[in-house]
Design a protein around this ligand. Sequence first.
Ligand SMILES: [Zn+2]
Length: 139
Amino acid sequence: MFDKRSKWQQKAMHAMAGRYGLTDTLNKHLLVAGVVLMLVNIVFASRVLSLLSTILIAYAAFRFLSKNRYKRVRENQIYYAWHMKRQRFWQFQQKRWRERKSYKYFSCSNCHQKLRVPRHKGRIKITCPKCRTQITKKT
Ligand SMILES: [Zn+2]
């Protein structure tokens, strides 16, 4: 069958054969951070920023062209888990801030489970739903 793809496309596909070639979360974030640093550097013109942004972008390019797919997937998994953990932490802080007038948060003295209780109820006994430990707190 006649191949409709252009010569350049075929050449590009041949060059990318067996390479990682994926824009995963880590690569997207490396590129965004690299470009942001580059833009910030327009204002500050610092060698450190320039070097840092070059390293980030070069690392993203290296990952994109890498032939060790297994290692790149692993890197991304580790990064993604770390990123999600941070994300959840900030989402919790936002929720806590939004609800600051109606709820108070405590953590269980036994299992560190986060406990949300309504405010302005005086001294109350709180039972941890996870381990049943009771703590007395002022709301
Ligand atoms: Zn508990």
